[in-house]
Design a protein around this ligand. Sequence first.
Ligand SMILES: Cc1ncc(COP(=O)(O)O)c(C=O)c1O
Length: 356
Amino acid sequence: MEIPPFELERWLDEYEPDADLMLAESGVRSLPVDRFDLDVGELGYVIPTDGEPAFRAEIAERYGRDAEEVVLTCGTQEADYLTFMSLLDEGDHSVVVSPTYQSLASVPESIGEVTEVRTEPPTWELSVDAVAEAMRPDTRLVVLTNPSNPTGKYLGPETMRALYDLVADEDAYLLVDEVYRMLADDPHAPAAALGPRAISAAGVSKSYGMAGARVGWVVADAEIAEGVRRWKDYTTISPPLVGSHLARQALGEQEDDILEANRAHAKANRECVADFLDRHGLEWFEPTGVNGFPTVPDGFENGKEFCRSVFDAESVVLAPGEVFGHPDRFRIGFGLHTEELEEGLDRIGRHIEAER
Ligand SMILES: Cc1ncc(COP(=O)(O)O)c(C=O)c1O
């Protein structure tokens, strides 16, 4: 099994440590830890190691599923990874909707075969017919992010229902990474609520501003969830104890406050970015969440050249569209503190104008 380098992570590793401003972070700005109770008692494993039963039951309720169908993980990344390991055998075929977060294509590709279904600007709408065409008799899995990273497209309930019906009719599974879902002003029902053939992966990193808690989860039918548990013993054994304690508070008594503040913050920052793009003649699809995927300004060859020159001239990090298969675009993460965002946009604007 061979896995390619994670291009976005490699890019960030190269540029983030020395940068003044980070406009390539995909989540909402991080919450301070002192708003939570931190007393976990002793620093042991979480027992049982798929998560505290009461916490699993609380998460299951959100999806209309049983607690046995929920496994708590170390972040959404592990939730996705373990789902692939549980579901796919060597050579199995998957359909992946793009552009997407790299692991959602690279992991299934390292195990079997992947057919990409591209969504395109300006609307990034998914054609369910295109997915139907890409599916084969041996297709085991259809994968997407909703809302999308990097485009911020949030597919509506009708599209998701049609996609689910297609996938279920073919006896395949639908895996939807929903880590950005709670940043939508009015999130529609999660994928796992569509039926037994849908799997939701999510966590607290992006919508809640708690990436350091490293808490995610998979919601899947009993057979797939059992496979996730089996693989988990070989990766991280237990979800993080401290992170779970924080995440439970964030999903409990603090949830309304956190989400209301994060959505208002995302909205205000989205408006700043929309104004900035307007002023500089750049196009984007107005995203759900805190990532947008605008066009590269005239005068720059491609995403990498633009992002490198912004970093060299102004010490601001952006993510080039190349890492998502779109060299004519760049991804801007606007979840950071508003003053930092404004400073970053001023610097990028100055650079664009200087190069013109
Ligand atoms: C779609 C998607 N899934 C998962 C992750 C990783 O999330 P976590 O920090 O919860 O592991 C990211 C991070 O950017 C992401 O964009």
